[in-house]
Design a binder for this molecule. Sequence first.
Ligand code: ADP
Ligand code: MG
Length: 610
Amino acid sequence: MKSPIEILKEVFGFSSFRKGQNDIIDCILKGQDVVGVMPTGAGKSLCYQIPALAMGGVSIVVSPLISLMKDQVDALRQNGVEAAALNSSMEWEETREIWGAVRRKQVSLLYVSPERFENNGFREFFATLDLRLFVIDEAHCVSQWGHDFRPSYLNLAASIGLLAKRPVVAAFTATATPEVRDDIVSKLELVDPFVLTTGFDRENLFFRVERPRDKMAFLLDYVKKFSGAPAIVYCSTKPSVDSVWDFLKREGIPAVRYHAGLGDEERRRNQEAFTRDRSPVMVATNAFGMGIDKSNVRYVLHYNMPGSIDNYYQEAGRAGRDGSFAECVLLFAPKDIVTARYLIEQSDNADNRQTSYRKLQDIIDYCNTGRCLRASILEYFGETNVKKNCTGCGNCVSVVEPVDVTTEAKKILSCVYRMKERTGRHFGSSLLIDVLRGSQREQIKALELHTISTWSLMKEYGKEELKEMVDFLAADGYLEVSDGEYPVLKFTSKALPFLRGQEKLMMRKRVKPARAQGERIQEPGNPTTEKTREASVSRELFEELRALRRELADAQNVPPYVVFTDAALYAMCETLPKTGEELLAISGVGKMKLEKYGERFLQVLRKWQP
Ligand code: ADP
Ligand code: MG
């Protein structure tokens, strides 16, 4: 039996394990059930593929989407691993062939959709198998608390019971919440599982929030800076996808779009153009993405604010799965809040609405905070001991000027307090701001708010300016915004000691937007970042390798990134390997790929030898 590290090197061409992989693999090989909770792009697939190969025989992997299975099977075959996928859309002929191959032990990993287990024929076939490992990928689908509940996941435990001997059961997900984790253990009937949760940080992702006056202009500028790099632009509605897509086309940017209003055929075609690197920019609603394993997405730009941090992190997390540098940008405008509220009204049942409003407020706070964006996200997911300052988010690297807002904050908070005292009620920010600015509007008079001591206390401030400070106080926890259709501001336990105390409050006012990635390429120093690495290699060589990769991928009808990842191409540009052995040293080049593609790539690389 080959050791895991040998398989990692020879089959997959990687030199070392990533965080958590080794522990999970060891556990499976010892025969214990596992739950692996690791963020997108962390490398969950290898956690079960390597033990499957080490143990020999056939292992089953349940996966929720045909496109996901196809990607995995393509990628495994590229590395010389026998893999196959079964789903309900297949012809009987094809299904029978695969069954035959499995019986003849010619398949190491068999990917199966959960619905297959509802088919009697398949269950009979399955019951005869001698399985050592049963894997459930995207295991959060078993939980109603998760975002992708799939009822057929609930039958999996019973199906495992059909086998003469129970295999090791391993479940994987990127969803971190405790409810979902508990559901995975109980609904899949795992036996004394080893549960491994790695941190949720994605170190190669750079986070930014921008408030451009003209979103279209910002977008265009951005797309041009990243010229040709694969990107997803998320919009919150179908019409907004159409208008952004239309705009980019008119500006001569090759872009495709995706939303539920398009026909199946067009969606399929557009998705393929994107995954096959023919069209770099995908403009889409959140209907796009689940099951897209494209590893070289260089940035995810949210043209509108999404409905929650959960959604945001999931969507933004589609950037940089290959571990190379990638950006996540959120373009915020107050109008996005209106749209988000409208979407909640339209889609949720009344029970869920309260939760949706609370989650909406969390993402609004994310947009308004001056704190580290990465820390805000990680803390939202319950991570503790988060570093307060990263070097990978707009708030930490932008040029900000700390402004002392202690006096202003005290005035605002006192006003919230006085308004409540006078009326016994809480109000939203626009009434608060009007009171502070000394408005005489009817509602204010009717409530006698023009008689409280804080009325007109800040009449010299503009509405926008006050709004910014109120949002800041909410984002930093001095005010709490209630859930519900008409959100109101409330005092928090943090506000009172601040009002009475001597503590100073600084607001980080951005004087200059964080520099865009494109500009940073020229920046000297910081040699460890992927981006500088990329900049130092010849763009021309990279493009030549990329073209070769596409040619080879197209000839086999597979996505280019299963041939080689971007990171592998960068490494080739950087080290300019001359021999097969040198090529093998590059991360992502295993024995099989060397044999299949080595000579073609070396031909190109030799031309560039100094
Ligand atoms: P996940 O399922 O956790 O989202 P994947 O299993 O799809 O992530 O892996 C993401 C990427 O990371 C893939 O391109 C994979 O080849 C790469 N990868 C995984 N493990 C390693 C490793 N030990 N060294 C280098 N690259 C790795
Ligand atoms: Mg995965």
